[in-house]
Ligand binder design. Structure first.
Ligand code: ZN
Ligand code: ZN
Length: 383
């Protein structure tokens, strides 16, 4: 590959002053910047060429070397290296530049923010935020509007996020010429790393904004009224799109996730999409059956307990449970309520009750544990 004419790339004369080269470079960067030419591969290639050319001609030392015929193997002993190649560079520094720009250096690539010019850093999406709200059991089932305060950052109004004092603007970093990277070491084994002066941004702020101190962001507390949908449970995450931290360099904002903390109900226990309630029965109710009133989310209902109901038996009322998340309106699907009957055994008895129980015991003869031993009721324990 022939030695590239870097002056031609920048459109300047070989005798151009450093100032003229700088000006030409800026103009071309504006013209071919990938942010201005999205998806235009030709513009992107041109942009890289311009940056590479400026890396040499913008540096008096490298320019001298280039003028002498160095850097591109044009001089004696030079091999057939060329753009992006591996050999033939006499000073090594140029291969650093190209490995950076063409992605060979591990840092560059075409889309990374480091390989681009300083005028328009890559847009970054804002961070997501998370906040939690405490709601009652009823609010979780009915839905609620909950006030919420979220500490976040916002784009600084004084400098519009630029970080520079109004009336000034960030300037191109002189250490890296706006590329955001610098090479350490020599030749093929050099390592690219973010520029230490500008921390990889490619620009420096000489006069920081007095409001934000140069960060471009200020802290604030945003107040919302969050619509908590009916049917959330403890630990549900409600997403508020776009209410996270603001994006940088024109990127979209992040999202706000509101985690619901639901107070426990003394009556209802959540079991997946359903609720469970323990319903005590007296011993006679369990034996003889009964009609009992049970609580629902809206009031109460009557359940028919059949005679001979065992401890732990469950009856369910379909569709009386909490609304299922994602449903809408009054026709939303709802879970069930499971009523679990438990035999209520009194701790103490009146004399009258004691007598009644004694009478019951005398007539409820037979051994319910006989089957544990594999024998018929009333039989002996020998098999
Ligand atoms: Zn500011
Ligand atoms: Zn820099």
């Amino acid at each position: 590959m022939a030695r590239p004419d870097l002056y031609k790339t920048l459109g300047v004369d070989k005798k151009a002053s450093a100032e003229e080269i700088k000006k030409a470079h800026r103009k071309l960067v504006r013209q071919y910047h990938p942010d201005r030419n999205p998806g235009d591969a030709a513009a992107e290639a041109k942009f890289k060429e311009v940056q590479a050319a400026y890396d040499v001609l913008g540096d008096p030392e490298k320019r001298k070397q280039y003028d002498r015929g160095g850097l591109f193997g044009g001089g004696p002993g030079g091999g057939p290296g060329g753009f992006g190649g591996t050999g033939g560079f006499d000073a090594g520094s140029f291969s650093d530049i190209f490995s950076n720009i063409f992605g060979g250096g591990g840092q560059g690539g075409t889309a990374g923010p480091r390989g681009r010019g300083p005028q328009a850093p890559r847009p970054e999406r804002g961070r997501d935020l998370e906040a939690s709200v405490s709601i009652t059991f009823d609010q979780a089932n009915e839905g609620a509007q909950i006030p919420l305060q979220v500490p976040t950052s916002q784009t600084c109004g004084t400098c519009r996020g630029q970080g520079a004092k109004p009336g000034t603007s960030p300037s191109i970093c002189p250490r890296c010429q706006g590329r955001g990277i610098e090479a350490q070491g020599q030749g093929l084994f050099s390592i690219s790393q973010p520029c230490r002066r500008c921390e990889g941004s490619g620009t420096i702020i000489e006069q920081p904004c007095p409001t934000c101190g140069g960060s471009g962001e200020t802290r604030t507390v945003k107040k919302y009224r969050v619509n908590i949908p009916a049917g959330v449970h403890d630990g549900s995450r409600v997403r508020l799109a776009g209410k996270g931290e603001p994006g940088r360099h024109g990127g979209p904002p992040g999202d706000l996730y509101v985690v619901t903390r639901v107070e426990e109900s003394p009556i209802f226990r959540r079991k997946g999409a359903n609720l469970e309630v323990e319903v005590p029965l007296t011993i006679p109710e369990a034996i003889r059956g009964a009609e009992v009133e049970v609580p629902t989310l809206k009031g109460r209902k009557t359940l028919r307990v059949p005679a001979g109901t065992k401890h732990g038996t469950v009856q369910r009322l379909r569709g009386e449970g909490p609304p299922k998340l994602g449903g809408s309106g009054s026709g939303a699907q709802r879970g069930d309520i499971h009523y679990r009957f438990v035999i209520d055994v009194p701790d103490t008895l009146t004399e009258e009750q004691s007598e009644a129980v004694a009478k019951l015991q005398s007539v409820m003869n037979g051994d319910p544990r006989a089957r544990l031993f594999g024998t018929a009721p009333g039989g002996s324990t020998t098999a």
